[in-house]
Ligand binder design. Structure first.
Ligand code: HSE
Length: 322
Protein backbone atom coordinates (compact mmCIF):
# COMPACT_ATOMS: atom_id res chain seq x y z
CA UNK A 1 0.00 0.00 0.00
CA UNK A 2 1.34 3.45 -0.94
CA UNK A 3 2.26 5.74 1.91
CA UNK A 4 -0.09 8.70 2.42
CA UNK A 5 1.50 12.04 1.59
CA UNK A 6 -1.20 14.22 3.14
CA UNK A 7 -3.02 13.53 6.39
CA UNK A 8 -6.07 15.48 7.54
CA UNK A 9 -7.41 15.02 11.08
CA UNK A 10 -10.56 16.48 12.66
CA UNK A 11 -10.60 16.92 16.45
CA UNK A 12 -13.84 17.55 18.38
CA UNK A 13 -14.59 20.06 21.12
CA UNK A 14 -14.59 18.64 24.62
CA UNK A 15 -15.76 19.34 28.17
CA UNK A 16 -13.11 18.93 30.88
CA UNK A 17 -13.84 18.18 34.56
CA UNK A 18 -17.55 17.27 33.88
CA UNK A 19 -18.38 18.86 37.25
CA UNK A 20 -17.44 16.06 39.64
CA UNK A 21 -14.21 14.98 37.92
CA UNK A 22 -11.77 17.86 38.20
CA UNK A 23 -8.80 17.10 35.94
CA UNK A 24 -9.83 13.43 35.50
CA UNK A 25 -13.16 13.33 33.63
CA UNK A 26 -13.87 14.68 30.14
CA UNK A 27 -16.18 14.10 27.21
CA UNK A 28 -16.12 14.78 23.48
CA UNK A 29 -18.89 16.95 22.06
CA UNK A 30 -20.98 16.44 18.94
CA UNK A 31 -23.07 19.61 18.42
CA UNK A 32 -26.36 19.15 16.58
CA UNK A 33 -25.19 21.89 14.22
CA UNK A 34 -22.69 19.88 12.20
CA UNK A 35 -19.17 21.13 11.41
CA UNK A 36 -18.83 23.68 14.19
CA UNK A 37 -16.65 23.58 17.29
CA UNK A 38 -13.90 21.41 15.83
CA UNK A 39 -10.33 21.91 14.64
CA UNK A 40 -8.97 20.36 11.45
CA UNK A 41 -5.25 19.94 10.87
CA UNK A 42 -3.64 18.86 7.59
CA UNK A 43 0.04 17.87 7.52
CA UNK A 44 2.24 17.25 4.48
CA UNK A 45 5.99 17.11 3.96
CA UNK A 46 7.40 20.43 2.75
CA UNK A 47 10.53 22.18 1.56
CA UNK A 48 10.68 24.01 4.87
CA UNK A 49 8.41 24.33 7.91
CA UNK A 50 5.30 26.23 6.98
CA UNK A 51 2.21 27.11 9.05
CA UNK A 52 -1.12 28.23 7.54
CA UNK A 53 -4.09 29.15 9.71
CA UNK A 54 -7.63 29.61 8.42
CA UNK A 55 -11.10 29.28 9.91
CA UNK A 56 -13.58 31.21 12.02
CA UNK A 57 -11.21 31.59 14.99
CA UNK A 58 -7.92 31.87 13.08
CA UNK A 59 -7.21 35.30 14.54
CA UNK A 60 -7.19 34.07 18.13
CA UNK A 61 -4.23 31.69 17.95
CA UNK A 62 -0.50 32.43 17.59
CA UNK A 63 0.70 32.42 13.98
CA UNK A 64 4.38 32.06 14.83
CA UNK A 65 5.66 28.49 14.71
CA UNK A 66 7.39 28.73 18.10
CA UNK A 67 4.12 29.55 19.86
CA UNK A 68 1.57 27.68 17.77
CA UNK A 69 0.36 24.47 19.43
CA UNK A 70 0.08 22.57 16.14
CA UNK A 71 3.68 23.33 15.26
CA UNK A 72 4.81 22.55 18.81
CA UNK A 73 3.05 19.18 18.68
CA UNK A 74 4.50 18.40 15.24
CA UNK A 75 7.99 19.29 16.46
CA UNK A 76 7.61 17.07 19.53
CA UNK A 77 6.56 14.17 17.29
CA UNK A 78 9.57 14.73 15.03
CA UNK A 79 11.91 14.78 18.02
CA UNK A 80 10.35 11.63 19.46
CA UNK A 81 10.81 9.83 16.13
CA UNK A 82 14.36 11.08 15.66
CA UNK A 83 13.35 13.06 12.56
CA UNK A 84 14.02 16.65 13.68
CA UNK A 85 14.95 17.86 10.19
CA UNK A 86 11.85 16.64 8.36
CA UNK A 87 10.18 19.83 7.07
CA UNK A 88 6.39 19.98 7.40
CA UNK A 89 3.58 22.10 6.05
CA UNK A 90 0.91 22.35 8.76
CA UNK A 91 -2.54 23.77 7.94
CA UNK A 92 -4.89 24.55 10.82
CA UNK A 93 -8.59 25.21 10.21
CA UNK A 94 -9.44 26.75 13.58
CA UNK A 95 -13.08 26.10 14.35
CA UNK A 96 -12.84 26.26 18.14
CA UNK A 97 -12.71 29.52 20.09
CA UNK A 98 -9.48 29.85 22.12
CA UNK A 99 -9.82 30.39 25.88
CA UNK A 100 -13.41 29.16 25.74
CA UNK A 101 -13.30 26.08 27.95
CA UNK A 102 -14.23 23.87 24.99
CA UNK A 103 -10.86 22.14 24.74
CA UNK A 104 -9.49 24.38 21.99
CA UNK A 105 -5.81 23.86 22.79
CA UNK A 106 -6.30 20.10 23.18
CA UNK A 107 -8.04 19.91 19.81
CA UNK A 108 -5.19 21.68 18.03
CA UNK A 109 -2.54 19.63 19.83
CA UNK A 110 -4.30 16.29 19.34
CA UNK A 111 -5.14 16.89 15.66
CA UNK A 112 -1.57 17.97 14.86
CA UNK A 113 -0.02 15.12 16.85
CA UNK A 114 -2.22 12.46 15.21
CA UNK A 115 -1.66 13.89 11.72
CA UNK A 116 2.11 14.12 12.13
CA UNK A 117 2.36 10.63 13.64
CA UNK A 118 0.25 9.16 10.82
CA UNK A 119 2.40 10.88 8.19
CA UNK A 120 5.85 10.11 9.59
CA UNK A 121 5.21 6.92 11.54
CA UNK A 122 2.28 5.09 9.91
CA UNK A 123 1.05 1.65 10.88
CA UNK A 124 1.64 1.73 14.61
CA UNK A 125 -0.66 -0.49 16.69
CA UNK A 126 -3.61 1.46 18.11
CA UNK A 127 -2.55 1.11 21.77
CA UNK A 128 0.93 2.45 20.97
CA UNK A 129 -0.52 5.33 18.93
CA UNK A 130 -2.82 6.28 21.83
CA UNK A 131 0.08 6.35 24.31
CA UNK A 132 2.24 8.29 21.84
CA UNK A 133 -0.39 10.99 21.18
CA UNK A 134 -1.44 11.32 24.85
CA UNK A 135 2.20 11.98 25.71
CA UNK A 136 2.79 14.51 22.91
CA UNK A 137 -0.55 16.33 23.34
CA UNK A 138 -0.05 16.49 27.11
CA UNK A 139 3.36 18.09 26.65
CA UNK A 140 1.88 20.53 24.12
CA UNK A 141 -0.97 21.46 26.50
CA UNK A 142 1.60 22.11 29.21
CA UNK A 143 3.18 24.69 26.94
CA UNK A 144 -0.15 26.50 26.64
CA UNK A 145 -1.51 26.24 30.16
CA UNK A 146 1.47 25.47 32.41
CA UNK A 147 0.46 21.85 33.06
CA UNK A 148 -0.59 18.90 30.94
CA UNK A 149 -4.17 18.09 31.89
CA UNK A 150 -5.44 15.15 29.88
CA UNK A 151 -9.15 15.46 30.71
CA UNK A 152 -9.71 17.28 27.41
CA UNK A 153 -6.96 15.48 25.48
CA UNK A 154 -8.26 11.94 26.17
CA UNK A 155 -11.87 12.44 24.95
CA UNK A 156 -10.67 14.61 22.08
CA UNK A 157 -8.43 11.73 20.94
CA UNK A 158 -10.70 8.79 21.76
CA UNK A 159 -14.24 10.21 21.75
CA UNK A 160 -16.86 9.43 24.39
CA UNK A 161 -16.72 10.12 28.11
CA UNK A 162 -13.26 9.27 29.43
CA UNK A 163 -12.07 8.79 33.02
CA UNK A 164 -8.32 9.20 33.55
CA UNK A 165 -7.16 6.27 35.67
CA UNK A 166 -3.65 5.32 36.87
CA UNK A 167 -3.59 2.88 33.92
CA UNK A 168 -4.70 5.42 31.33
CA UNK A 169 -8.09 6.63 30.02
CA UNK A 170 -11.11 4.36 30.42
CA UNK A 171 -14.48 4.97 28.72
CA UNK A 172 -17.64 5.44 30.77
CA UNK A 173 -21.17 4.97 29.43
CA UNK A 174 -23.47 7.91 28.73
CA UNK A 175 -27.15 7.12 29.47
CA UNK A 176 -29.55 7.27 26.52
CA UNK A 177 -31.95 10.18 26.63
CA UNK A 178 -29.59 12.61 28.35
CA UNK A 179 -28.43 15.60 26.38
CA UNK A 180 -25.78 18.25 26.82
CA UNK A 181 -26.50 21.91 26.31
CA UNK A 182 -23.37 24.04 26.00
CA UNK A 183 -23.09 27.84 26.02
CA UNK A 184 -19.91 29.56 24.89
CA UNK A 185 -20.03 33.27 25.77
CA UNK A 186 -18.31 35.98 23.75
CA UNK A 187 -15.30 36.41 26.03
CA UNK A 188 -12.22 34.33 26.85
CA UNK A 189 -10.62 33.13 30.10
CA UNK A 190 -7.06 31.78 29.91
CA UNK A 191 -6.70 28.37 31.54
CA UNK A 192 -3.53 29.60 33.21
CA UNK A 193 -5.54 32.39 34.90
CA UNK A 194 -8.35 30.02 35.83
CA UNK A 195 -5.86 27.71 37.54
CA UNK A 196 -4.21 30.58 39.36
CA UNK A 197 -7.40 31.25 41.37
CA UNK A 198 -7.60 27.67 42.69
CA UNK A 199 -6.51 26.92 46.27
CA UNK A 200 -3.44 24.75 46.76
CA UNK A 201 -5.18 22.77 49.50
CA UNK A 202 -8.75 21.83 50.33
CA UNK A 203 -10.44 20.94 53.62
CA UNK A 204 -10.71 17.24 54.47
CA UNK A 205 -14.53 17.32 54.39
CA UNK A 206 -14.39 18.81 50.88
CA UNK A 207 -12.00 16.09 49.70
CA UNK A 208 -14.28 13.42 51.14
CA UNK A 209 -17.41 14.89 49.56
CA UNK A 210 -15.63 15.27 46.21
CA UNK A 211 -14.44 11.65 46.25
CA UNK A 212 -17.97 10.50 47.12
CA UNK A 213 -19.47 12.54 44.27
CA UNK A 214 -17.07 11.22 41.65
CA UNK A 215 -17.41 7.59 42.76
CA UNK A 216 -21.21 7.86 42.86
CA UNK A 217 -21.34 9.60 39.47
CA UNK A 218 -19.38 6.74 37.87
CA UNK A 219 -21.80 4.28 39.49
CA UNK A 220 -24.83 6.31 38.35
CA UNK A 221 -23.57 6.49 34.76
CA UNK A 222 -23.16 2.72 34.64
CA UNK A 223 -26.56 2.14 36.23
CA UNK A 224 -28.31 4.88 34.24
CA UNK A 225 -29.55 6.17 37.62
CA UNK A 226 -30.69 9.67 36.67
CA UNK A 227 -31.48 11.02 40.18
CA UNK A 228 -27.98 10.00 41.33
CA UNK A 229 -26.44 11.72 38.28
CA UNK A 230 -28.34 14.86 39.26
CA UNK A 231 -27.13 14.59 42.86
CA UNK A 232 -23.48 14.15 41.94
CA UNK A 233 -22.89 16.52 38.99
CA UNK A 234 -21.27 19.03 41.31
CA UNK A 235 -17.85 20.65 41.28
CA UNK A 236 -16.53 21.41 44.76
CA UNK A 237 -12.92 21.98 43.74
CA UNK A 238 -12.86 24.54 40.92
CA UNK A 239 -16.29 26.08 40.27
CA UNK A 240 -16.54 27.94 43.61
CA UNK A 241 -13.33 29.81 42.78
CA UNK A 242 -13.80 30.23 39.04
CA UNK A 243 -17.45 31.29 38.97
CA UNK A 244 -16.51 34.94 39.44
CA UNK A 245 -14.19 34.89 36.39
CA UNK A 246 -17.17 34.65 34.04
CA UNK A 247 -19.97 37.22 34.17
CA UNK A 248 -23.29 35.50 33.57
CA UNK A 249 -22.30 32.06 34.90
CA UNK A 250 -24.40 32.24 38.07
CA UNK A 251 -27.45 33.50 36.16
CA UNK A 252 -27.04 30.92 33.39
CA UNK A 253 -26.68 28.07 35.89
CA UNK A 254 -29.69 29.13 37.95
CA UNK A 255 -31.79 29.44 34.80
CA UNK A 256 -30.70 26.06 33.45
CA UNK A 257 -31.53 24.28 36.71
CA UNK A 258 -34.94 26.01 36.84
CA UNK A 259 -35.57 24.91 33.24
CA UNK A 260 -35.04 21.26 34.07
CA UNK A 261 -31.29 20.62 33.92
CA UNK A 262 -30.00 17.83 36.17
CA UNK A 263 -26.72 19.65 36.66
CA UNK A 264 -24.82 22.63 35.31
CA UNK A 265 -21.19 23.67 35.68
CA UNK A 266 -18.27 25.29 33.93
CA UNK A 267 -16.91 23.46 30.92
CA UNK A 268 -13.25 22.87 31.73
CA UNK A 269 -11.70 26.09 32.93
CA UNK A 270 -14.64 28.12 31.53
CA UNK A 271 -16.11 30.49 30.59
CA UNK A 272 -18.23 28.01 28.58
CA UNK A 273 -20.97 26.38 30.64
CA UNK A 274 -22.60 23.00 30.15
CA UNK A 275 -25.85 21.58 31.42
CA UNK A 276 -27.06 17.97 31.39
CA UNK A 277 -30.77 17.46 30.85
CA UNK A 278 -33.42 15.09 29.53
CA UNK A 279 -34.06 15.56 25.79
CA UNK A 280 -37.46 17.19 26.33
CA UNK A 281 -35.89 20.00 28.40
CA UNK A 282 -33.01 20.81 26.03
CA UNK A 283 -34.66 23.72 24.21
CA UNK A 284 -35.74 25.43 27.45
CA UNK A 285 -32.31 24.86 29.02
CA UNK A 286 -30.64 26.34 25.92
CA UNK A 287 -32.82 29.46 26.19
CA UNK A 288 -32.06 29.78 29.90
CA UNK A 289 -28.29 29.60 29.33
CA UNK A 290 -28.52 32.19 26.55
CA UNK A 291 -30.65 34.51 28.72
CA UNK A 292 -28.32 34.15 31.69
CA UNK A 293 -25.38 35.52 29.71
CA UNK A 294 -27.53 38.08 27.88
CA UNK A 295 -28.70 39.49 31.22
CA UNK A 296 -25.07 40.29 31.98
CA UNK A 297 -24.49 41.85 28.56
CA UNK A 298 -22.88 38.87 26.81
CA UNK A 299 -23.96 36.99 23.71
CA UNK A 300 -23.42 33.23 23.85
CA UNK A 301 -23.22 30.56 21.17
CA UNK A 302 -25.52 27.86 22.56
CA UNK A 303 -25.53 24.35 21.14
CA UNK A 304 -27.48 21.22 21.98
CA UNK A 305 -24.97 18.38 21.81
CA UNK A 306 -24.57 14.65 22.07
CA UNK A 307 -21.48 12.88 23.33
CA UNK A 308 -19.29 12.41 20.24
CA UNK A 309 -18.59 8.72 19.73
CA UNK A 310 -15.50 9.30 17.60
CA UNK A 311 -12.39 11.17 18.61
CA UNK A 312 -9.56 12.45 16.41
CA UNK A 313 -7.96 9.00 16.25
CA UNK A 314 -10.92 7.78 14.21
CA UNK A 315 -11.31 10.93 12.10
CA UNK A 316 -8.18 10.59 10.00
CA UNK A 317 -8.26 11.14 6.22
CA UNK A 318 -5.29 9.78 4.28
CA UNK A 319 -4.51 11.13 0.81
CA UNK A 320 -1.84 9.71 -1.46
CA UNK A 321 -1.01 12.91 -3.31
CA UNK A 322 -1.99 16.55 -3.70
N1 HSE B 1 -9.13 20.27 33.98
C1 HSE B 1 -8.59 21.48 33.43
C2 HSE B 1 -8.95 22.65 34.32
C3 HSE B 1 -9.18 21.70 32.06
O1 HSE B 1 -10.10 22.70 34.75
O2 HSE B 1 -8.11 23.49 34.60
C4 HSE B 1 -8.52 22.80 31.32
O3 HSE B 1 -7.25 22.37 30.86
Amino acid sequence: MARATRICVTAPASIGNVAAGFDVLGLALQPQTAAIWRDRVTVTRGERDDLHITGRFAGAVPATAADNLCMIAATLVRAQLGLPNTALRVELDKGLPAGSGLGSSSASAVAAAVATCELLDPGRPRSERIAQVLDIAGQTEAHATGAGHLDNVAPCLLGGLQLLTPLGPRPLPWPRGLQLVVASPDFAVATRDARAVLPKQVELHTAVEHAGNLGALVLALHAGEVPLIAATLRDLLAEPYRAALGPGFAQAKAGALAAGALGCSLSGAGPAVFAVCPEHAATAVAAALRDGFANQGHAADVQICAVAELGALDRVERHERG
